[in-house]
Design a binder for this molecule. Structure first.
Ligand code: TRP
Length: 455
């Protein structure tokens, strides 16, 4: 097994790539609606605590493990383990691969819909639907249950991801992030300005930020923790791979804090771009796919001709966010394949492109031709959604912090965080305390609650 020779060319490139992975569909539509649902500012407060206290610790753990070993999760955990336990941690590496694969396949479904909506907003089809909610919802219904039609959009999306991965680490992943992330920021700022200057916009801002502690239930607190981990893309080895590409002089603590801060800021901006417009146009905020695919087109159509432009801007934003996240998932899978087999990069990427796209097609078709197929009483998409939210990510995250806090040698951790003794690491005690005690406990609670109590 060889260690990787690849790396990002600059610290900024590394941060942008990791922020690209973190900022995804989870930020742009999931974060805003669950924030509204669980008490606005009150939820935000809890979310911020989780993101900076737990999420960033997981982020640091994965980056440290990756850069220390310069390997993917398949080799990294194993190589930092004392003899005798390596099989268990190698299996954990495989679990990370499986998790990435399932998340990518599910992600492709939503990304395919997003690609379709970019097309329908550019072609003007969405604009002709007017402002009748039932017509707009009907359009989404027809599109998502439209058999192979959404599948082709998904194939276009996956092909874009594949092209980037084939470009390599620096000329593919890093370059794409350097181009796409500034575009994403500009798009989101344009939408925020438009949304905030609409009449009655403040009601949306209030919905998002004014704290209502009565809505902050136990369920809301656990949702905040789950969202914090999902949003940062931590716990499934993707950041181990990106950590293995970090330049040797990179200050991991600082990088992790930047990634965490940027991811959170973009999630908040997404809320500011969406809710003031929703309220200003007199709509109710919805949850799930309904918000993005049913409510927002209506909002855009009520803005007149300018709405067409904003509709294109919004769906492009969503597409860019989904692209950089999907890129990181395919990169992780490709790197793992290349590390354990003799396959070349293009072969590994091609293999997982085919597998994930095929599974993504099955999940997309579970809304139409395969709607009769059930697993555990759920449609195939709902089944994988459950696995991807309740089981795999918390299990992987739990194993990651246990590895970081209890298994890997402390000297290796200190050496890596301090860049061989050249940086001060006054935060070490707090970091280790969280990684050893607080994070495992919190993750265990999330896991148990998810398995036994989530409907
Ligand atoms: N963070 C992504 C988002 O907010 C989703 C995600 C979860 C992800 N785990 C990941 C993306 C792993 C890339 C890799 O939408």
């Amino acid at each position: 097994m060889s260690t990787q020779q690849k790396s990002f060319s600059s610290n900024l490139g590394a941060i942008l790539a990791a922020v690209g992975s973190a900022v995804g569909l989870g930020n742009i539509w999931r974060f805003p609606y669950i924030t509204g649902k669980y008490g606005g500012g009150a939820f935000l407060l809890v979310y911020l605590c989780f993101v900076f206290l737990l999420g960033s610790v997981l982020m640091i753990s994965e980056l440290v493990i990756g850069r220390r070993t310069r390997r993917t999760p398949l080799g990294a955990y194993e190589s930092l383990t004392r003899k005798g336990h390596s099989v268990v941690w190698r299996m954990f590496g495989w679990l990370c691969v499986l998790t990435c694969f399932f998340i990518l396949s599910q992600y492709l479904v939503l990304s395919g819909w997003t690609t379709g909506y970019v097309w329908h907003s550019v072609s003007g089809a969405l604009a002709t639907l007017g402002t009748d909610s039932s017509i707009i919802s009907g359009f989404f219904q027809q599109f998502s249950t439209g058999g192979w039609n959404p599948v082709w959009f998904m194939v276009i999306f996956s092909a874009l991801v594949l092209v980037v991965i084939l470009g390599g680490v620096q000329k593919g992943v890093e370059l794409a992030s350097k181009v796409l992330m500034p575009i994403l920021v500009v798009l989101i700022l344009v939408l925020c300005v438009r949304s905030l200057t609409l009449p009655g916009a403040m009601r949306g801002v209030e919905y998002l930020f004014s704290p209502d502690f009565s809505k902050l239930t136990g369920e809301g607190i656990l949702a905040a923790l789950g969202q914090a981990l999902f949003s940062l893309s931590v716990g499934m080895g993707v950041m181990v791979v990106y950590g293995s590409y970090l330049p040797a002089n990179d200050n991991i603590f600082k990088t992790a804090m930047w990634i965490t801060a940027c991811d959170t800021l973009i999630a908040i901006l997404a809320g500011v771009a969406i809710f003031p417009a929703v309220f200003s146009c007199g709509f109710d905020p919805a949850g799930g796919p309904g918000l993005v695919f049913c409510v927002l087109p209506n909002v855009f159509n009520s803005m007149g001709t300018a709405g067409i432009v904003f509709s294109v801007v919004f769906f492009l934003l969503l597409l860019v966010a989904a692209l950089t996240s999907a890129i990181s998932l395919l990169e992780c899978l490709t790197a793992c394949t290349c590390e354990t087999s003799r396959l070349k990069r293009w072969q590994g990427a091609g293999l997982f492109f085919l597998l994930a796209t095929a599974l993504g097609a099955v999940f997309t078709l579970s809304f139409s031709h395969l709607s009769e197929v059930k697993m555990a009483g759920l449609s195939l998409f709902d089944f994988v959604d459950r696995i991807n939210s309740i089981y795999l990510p918390p299990i992987c995250a739990l194993c990651t912090v246990i590895f970081f806090g209890w298994v890997m040698p402390k000297e290796a951790m200190v050496d890596e965080l301090s860049n061989h003794g050249t940086l001060r690491i006054g935060y070490l005690k707090v970091l280790r305390f969280i990684a050893r005690f607080i994070a495992p406990l919190a993750l265990l609670v999330v896991l148990i609650w998810g398995i036994f109590f989530a409907q």
